[in-house]
Design a protein around this ligand. Structure first.
Ligand SMILES: [Ca+2]
Ligand SMILES: [Ca+2]
Ligand SMILES: [Ca+2]
Ligand SMILES: [Ca+2]
Length: 370
């Protein structure tokens, strides 16, 4: 369906499963829900994953057919499948809808797209694996892992994959999801769990909360899909005439000629490309020949970081477009008009998983009844 683009860093993060029975998660008090028998109650969107045998003849659900509610992703009972969650500021869809609902059967790129109605504040997400274990049953589990993130500006709203015309993507990097350790969701059975305490749905929202910088592609002066210190050099250092982020030998030579043999600005006893940067690049404030870049936007070091100083001086372009923005544990789909969150599902014998999405804006948690 969608062409996978190779921009953005692959982010291999996986689900840690947290129990959620905390009343401290309260949101805006419009509708009270209760974490009771595994799942909260209240308005929600439902997504199902069905684990199917290899021989299963998977037929894709057609969202245009009103007889069907396309909210099921079929995946192999044993194996991996790529899935993509799609939402964003300009995604206009009234209900959770699965497109291309068979994933992981044809080949490793056989993906499903799960379109979520846009909620600026996001959703509380709970998951539960269903099914009865047999005697001597093997361990059955499913793992959801975040793999990569793509963000795009759009000219107008979209309501299905057919509407999407992808332009130049925004560059997301230095990002991390709040839930960043490996984990898995185990099947449990209501009856057999009775002796071991109350079955709980697992809280997955943190897999969708992301912190990081989103850049306008204009800041990628070197055109390598990454925005970093090389772009500061390319954009601001007069001797980087080919704007590749490096002082090349011919560029060094030009500087040497202009400075009558060069000057050891960095004071290390050598005259080299670092001295060109120290001598001529305005953002090398400490003249060590390096644009300092800690690889991690951190408001406590900002603005002492030379790369971040450059960002601070370049917040909008000539057209008034915002050039970069930092997000702190944001609902990942709120960072752009259209966002693809690519995940990999690894299934080991689970036949039925239910995920419920409760809109944060209309949901209030109350303590579970004990
Ligand atoms: Ca670059
Ligand atoms: Ca160069
Ligand atoms: Ca030097
Ligand atoms: Ca420096």
């Amino acid at each position: 369906m969608k062409q996978k683009l190779l921009n953005g860093l692959p982010i291999t993060l996986a689900a840690v499963i947290l129990l959620c029975s905390s009343p401290g998660m309260a949101a805006k008090p419009q509708k009270a829900i209760e974490v009771g028998n595994g799942m909260p109650s209240g308005y929600h969107e439902t997504l199902l994953f069905h684990g199917k045998k290899d021989s299963y003849n998977c037929i894709e659900c057609d969202p245009l057919n009103p007889l069907e509610e396309c909210n099921v992703v079929n995946i192999p009972e044993y194996g991996t499948a790529p899935i993509t969650y799609v939402s964003g500021r300009k995604v206009n869809i009234s209900a959770l809808t699965v497109y291309d609902s068979c994933a992981g059967f044809a080949d490793e790129n056989d993906s499903a797209e799960i379109w979520l109605p846009y909620e600026a504040d996001g959703y509380y997400i709970f998951a539960r694996a269903l099914g009865k274990p047999g005697k001597g049953d093997e361990e059955r589990y499913i793992i959801f892992e975040n793999e990569s993130l793509e963000a795009y500006p759009l000219l107008s709203d979209v309501s299905s994959p057919d509407d999407v015309v992808l332009g130049l993507g925004m560059i997301t990097q230095q990002g991390e999801f709040k839930m960043d350790a490996s984990g898995s969701l185990y099947r449990f059975d209501g009856d057999s769990d009775k002796g071991k305490g109350k079955p709980q749905a697992k809280y997955l929202t943190n897999m969708f909360l992301w912190s990081g910088l989103v850049f306008h592609p204009e800041l990628d002066v070197t055109g390598d899909g990454v925005v970093n210190e090389s772009d500061v050099i390319a954009a601001t250092c007069p001797y980087d005439t080919n704007q590749n982020g490096t002082i090349d030998p011919d560029e060094f030579l030009a500087w040497s000629v202009d400075t009558s043999g060069g000057v050891d600005i960095t004071g290390d006893g050598n005259i080299n490309s670092l001295d060109v940067i120290a001598d001529t690049c305005p953002y090398d404030a400490n003249q060590d020949g390096v644009i300092s870049y800690d690889g991690n936007f951190d408001e406590t070091t900002f603005p002492d970081n030379e790369f971040e100083n450059w960002l601070a001086d370049n917040t909008v372009n000539a057209d008034g477009e915002i050039l970069w923005q930092y997000y702190n544990e944001a609902w990942v789909f709120s960072i752009a008009d259209l966002v693809y969150l690519n995940q990999v599902v690894t299934n080991n014998g689970i036949k039925n998983i239910q995920l419920r999405f409760y809109p944060v804006s209309t949901t209030e948690f109350v303590a579970p009844a004990e």
